[in-house]
Design a protein around this ligand. Structure first.
Ligand code: NAI
Length: 327
């Protein structure tokens, strides 16, 4: 049998956690023959710790053959110890009347502490995926704390946006989701993101040509994808936890599947016109399990460049707000 992979999950008793943990334990993320150990972190407060125990009881009751062990804790050093994957889902939500700058700073503190702990105690091959918002900037902050682990180990999730973007193109064109390819998300996980329909394909042909409605693509498609999270909160009264958990499963599974190409927010290193050192969504191709190279071959036209500029400006603004927190 394969040795187990240790997966640390923060915010494990939250909504995304509840939709995520069962799928990790079932093998959907790392494969049907890969045993896992779940190391679950919640804030060290009675309510969340008690809720976490309840989730663990349910995991036990699923009798998952792949779930070898569970650690429940309020201590980041225990949660991240020897972890091979660190899924940073927990973060502080924006409260009523709270300024965005305060949200960035409050979360910055969490991701400084978690970045440090991961760098100190996680496995040598540790990979980190940040979901807790503002995820791009939280990821940049966590990565800045690392001395042992290199920046490429730290990724933030824009996969939900990619999945939303593919679904909307398939629906408009009346085709199956499998007919949509090369739809990648550039920039921030926020309404400024650019879902690059200019290079997307439907049935191997240019999506823009197949759809034949540039005005729809620019004025309806992009805002629909960008504001989908708000539309779901409006409809459901709660945020999009199940689709976010599903996207995280996709994010990690594709990062361990050589040849997979998908949208991941990574250190831009100045690619595609992004400021060097911000974490921006772009297409990456998995080389060996856990490692990837950025796909740099897409040529952007003036429209695409103008969209990338908007989302880059937002990322640079977020970085300016928390610049004192970067190690
Ligand atoms: P939630 O509020 O239901 O759960 C979050 C959990 O994290 C809570 O149980 C809380 O106690 C815990 N938590 C807070 N601070 C923590 C810390 N320092 N250490 C450990 N645990 C901590 O929220 P939900 O719906 O599960 O969403 C989680 C995050 O994911 C939010 O920030 C949300 O904005 C973000 N999100 C990101 C998406 C993306 O595409 N990147 C999509 C959807 C949500």
């Amino acid at each position: 049998a394969k040795p187990p992979i240790r997966v640390a999950v923060t915010g494990a008793a939250g909504n995304i956690g509840y939709a995520l943990l069962f799928r990790i334990a079932s093998g959907a993320m790392l494969g049907p023959d890969q045993p896992v150990i779940l190391q679950l972190l919640e804030i060290p407060v009675e309510g969340p710790q008690k809720a976490l125990k309840g989730v663990a009881m349910e995991l036990e009751d699923c009798a998952f053959p792949l779930l070898q062990d569970m650690v429940l804790t309020g201590d980041p050093n225990e949660a991240f110890r020897d972890a091979n994957w660190c899924l940073l889902v927990g973060s502080k939500p924006r409260g009523p009347g709270m300024e965005r700058a305060d949200l960035l700073k409050d979360n910055g503190k969490i991701f400084i502490a978690q970045g440090k702990a991961i760098d100190e105690v996680a496995a040598d091959d540790a990979r980190i995926a940040v979901v807790g918002n503002p995820c791009n900037t939280n990821c940049m902050i966590a990565a800045s704390q690392a001395k042992r682990l290199t920046a490429d180990r730290f990724t933030a999730m824009v996969r939900l946006d990619e999945n939303r973007g593919r679904a909307q193109l398939a629906k408009k064109a009346g085709v199956s989701i499998n007919d949509v390819s090369e739809l990648f998300i550039y920039g921030n996980h926020s309404p400024t993101m650019f879902a690059d329909f200019t290079h997307a394909k439907i049935g191997g042909k240019s999506a823009a040509e197949v759809i034949g409605d540039q005005a729809w693509l620019e004025n309806e498609y992009l805002p629909t994808v960008g504001k989908r999270g708000a539309a779901i909160i409006d409809a459901r009264g709660q945020s999009s936890a199940a689709s976010a958990a599903n996207a995280l499963i996709d994010h990690v599974r594709d990062l361990v599947t050589p040849g997979a190409v998908h949208s991941v927010a990574v250190n831009s290193e100045g690619r595609y016109g992004f400021a060097d050192g911000v974490w921006a969504g772009m297409p990456v191709r998995t080389t060996t399990p856990g490692s990837y190279e950025v796909v740099t071959s897409y040529e952007m036209d003036d429209f695409a460049k103008s969209k990338i500029k908007i989302t880059n400006d937002e990322l640079v603004g977020e970085r300016d707000t928390i610049k004192d927190m970067l190690a």
